[in-house]
Ligand binder design. Sequence first.
Ligand SMILES: [Cu+2]
Length: 269
Amino acid sequence: MFIIRSPHRTSFCRASPQDRDAQVRNRQRSQNHPLDREKTQKNVDLHFAVESQIHSSSVAPQEQSASDLVETHTKKIHLLMVDSSLTDYHHEHPVPTRNPGEYSFSFTPVKPGGYRVWVDVRPYPLGLQEYAMTDIPAAVAGEPLTDRKVNLKATVDGLNYELILPKKTIRVGQPASARLGVTSADGKGFTQLEPLMGAFAHLVGFSEDYKTIMHLHPKGPLLLDPAVRGGPELEFQIYALRPGFVRLFAQVQIEGHSRFVPFGLQIAP
Ligand SMILES: [Cu+2]
């Protein structure tokens, strides 16, 4: 078990020193690292607790129960995880365990080494989105990020995906409009995207600094009818907080299964 302490901040935040202590303590208590080479490609079960503190000048800091989390895109907690080469992305939804405030999830790492986890939550009372960052440690080193190619096209499970950028240059702090186009092998527009967590796509980007993350959704209302279908193009806005390379994954659902589509972007200063 590791602890994710989530300070009340709207900006992207790093794990606090307390988190490090908690991780080290927990790591020493267990005989094994949660991830090791033998376990790559195998399912790993992990437990963690979400604690949140309200920082306010008028009220003393108080612990906030994870049951006080606001749902975002039909789930209370989203875990966005990627290995150090920014290749193997996972989007998991932990489930509560019998211990209040404690959650568990499992995933199957494909890459060696640790995984970095961004916990995407919206605590009451403000309901502002915030990220807490932590690591799932491993006994072996991860792979470095070597592939920094700009790549706006990808083929996954027989469908072609394209990021269409009307303005070729995306600049830090300037919203840039973009479209995700989906076509089948014969070039026809694909119109059978299924709603997944209330949207036809979830776009999650990891910066090369391995700290900064973006989570974007296509324009439009929250999709609550499971029978609606989307495509062949989805419109969204890219808003980048850092210059440099970003691996952007589009997550879509087709025939009941998630597909993860990797792109490479360069953000200009
Ligand atoms: Cu999303």
